[in-house]
Design a protein around this ligand. Structure first.
Ligand code: PLP
Length: 456
């Protein structure tokens, strides 16, 4: 018998290997079982309802139980539940979706390969990069540079561009061809630095890393425009454009990860628009179907496409693809989501400002909450034990876990990051009143823990 029953009726079953959990700890608390959801709310197996402050895994941009999306999914499943897209077969929605993605993303991106997740979209682009450089006579150009604390996916190669110890250690990554430079963090080592200095430091780090690797070996730089998965690290405006310009100068493919930032999250349809950046490659997933069904996409420029195709003979097969590339219900839902997101982008920008101002007020009033940052409906804060001295919370308090539990009890599911950070990225359909409720629950939970009044 390999299960341990828990008081909540769930089981710490070893049959289920949970992602990102301490699987060796058989005494860990049982998982929260989510049973249903509507709008911005989740209801767990005990009937307790909470606001979902992180949109699932920051993917449910349009909220739960959206009737239009359910209808689209059901209707398409009924009409054509599956068609493969290999060997010169496909269906119209695949073509319509790729053309729509080309229309709504930056104009530099002209070609789309559909996948099922952000990880396999990233891996697709890495394969395209290798293929391109091999057939255009630059086979040694394989090295890729990413940022510290980046998350770009979990597949075996892209896991080495992701840069967290638990994602790298014992998985034999980063590979020798994968490198990391400091992230454009506003605080810590960059505390008090101007936007120009932060931008200058990132560009200098990219240049020096390329010099170390050898320009003839350096192939690409990959980044999120706002590092939401790192704890909402918001680079200054102008940073992304400067990194894009440096890539052009250094002959690097500029690969932008909009898996989280895409589809309205930052108050623009794509975060690249903030700096009017034209990347060579972009990968998408998560919000593109608002979590109703898996979907990912790898987009790349005409120059890359032409580089590959002009070197192929007429009968060369591009030997890459997935059983579910262009899955019809996924394509139908993505097309519907794009239209719904276009109507919500302004809401994200406007309510993002409200979220930031509420968090700023909280930071002014609360002795622990500090370092408020955000763009659109993605915001983060840090907690410090002493803000003036810059000292962290006393680890013996176990404050982050207790705040998370207390917030849950009071009706808010929060997202905690290493380094004592909280993130807020609710569904884009959230209202101003619901943002107020979210921040009030968070503020009360922080105060309850500080005053030792939480229910432990
Ligand atoms: C920024 C970013 N890129 C890529 C990925 C990978 O996407 P997926 O989990 O769909 O493979 C994630 C997932 O969290 C992410 O946050």
């Amino acid at each position: 018998m390999n299960t341990a029953r828990t008081t909540r009726g769930s089981a710490l079953s070893t049959a289920f290997v949970p992602p990102f959990a301490a699987i060796a700890d058989s005494d860990r608390p049982p998982p929260t079982l989510i049973e249903s959801a509507k709008g911005i709310h989740l209801t767990d197996s005990t009937g307790h309802r909470v606001i979902d402050a992180w949109s699932g895994m920051v993917c449910v941009g349009l909220g739960y139980a959206n009737e239009e999306l359910i209808e689209t999914l059901v209707a398409q499943t009924r009409k054509l539940s599956y068609a493969h897209s290999l060997y010169d077969t496909t269906h119209q929605l695949t073509i319509d979706l790729c053309e729509r993605l080309v229309e709504v993303t930056p104009e530099s991106l002209q070609h789309v390969f559909l996948s099922m997740s952000g990880s396999d979209a990233a891996d697709t682009l890495l394969k395209v990069m290798r293929y391109h450089n091999n057939v255009t006579g630059r086979p040694q150009k394989k090295h890729v540079i990413a940022l510290d604390r980046a998350y770009h996916g979990a597949n075996s190669v892209v896991a080495g561009l992701t840069h967290f110890p638990e994602c790298n250690d014992n998985f034999d990554v980063p590979l020798p061809t994968q490198h990391h430079i400091p992230s454009p963090w506003h605080f810590g080592a960059n505390q008090g630095r101007s936007a120009d200095e932060i931008i200058g430091n990132s560009v200098a780090a990219l240049r020096s890393t390329v010099a170390e690797i050898g320009p003839e070996n350096a192939a690409a730089f990959v980044c999120e425009p706002v590092m939401i998965t790192a704890g909402v690290i918001v680079p200054p405006l102008g940073w992304l454009a400067a990194m894009g310009d440096a890539c052009a100068e250094l002959d690097l493919m500029f690969m932008v990860d909009e898996v989280v930032t895409g589809f309205g999250r930052t108050g623009r349809m794509f975060a690249c628009e903030w700096d009017d950046v034209k990347p060579d490659m972009m990968f998408l997933a998560k919000g593109m179907t608002s979590g109703y069904i898996p979907q990912g996409a790898a987009l790349f420029s005409n120059e890359i496409y032409r580089g590959m195709t002009e070197a192929m003979s007429r009968d060369t097969i591009f030997g890459h693809g997935f059983t579910h590339t262009g899955h019809p219900p996924s394509c139908a839902v993505t097309l519907k989501c794009i239209e719904l997101y276009l109507d919500l982008v302004d809401n994200s920008a406007r309510l993002g400002l409200h979220l930031l101002s509420r968090l700023t007020e909280l930071a002014e009033a609360d002795p622990w909450v500090t370092h408020v940052r955000g763009r659109g409906l993605a915001a983060g804060v840090d907690l410090l034990g002493d803000k003036d001295a810059g000292t962290p919370l006393d680890p013996s308090l176990d404050a982050m876990l207790r705040i998370r539990r207390e917030a849950h009890r009071r009706g808010l599911m929060t997202r905690v990051f290493d380094g004592d950070m909280f993130g807020f990225a609710p569904p884009l359909i959230i209202t101003e009143d619901e943002i107020d409720e979210m921040i009030e629950i968070f503020a009360a939970s922080v105060a309850a823990v500080r005053n030792n009044e939480d229910q432990q």
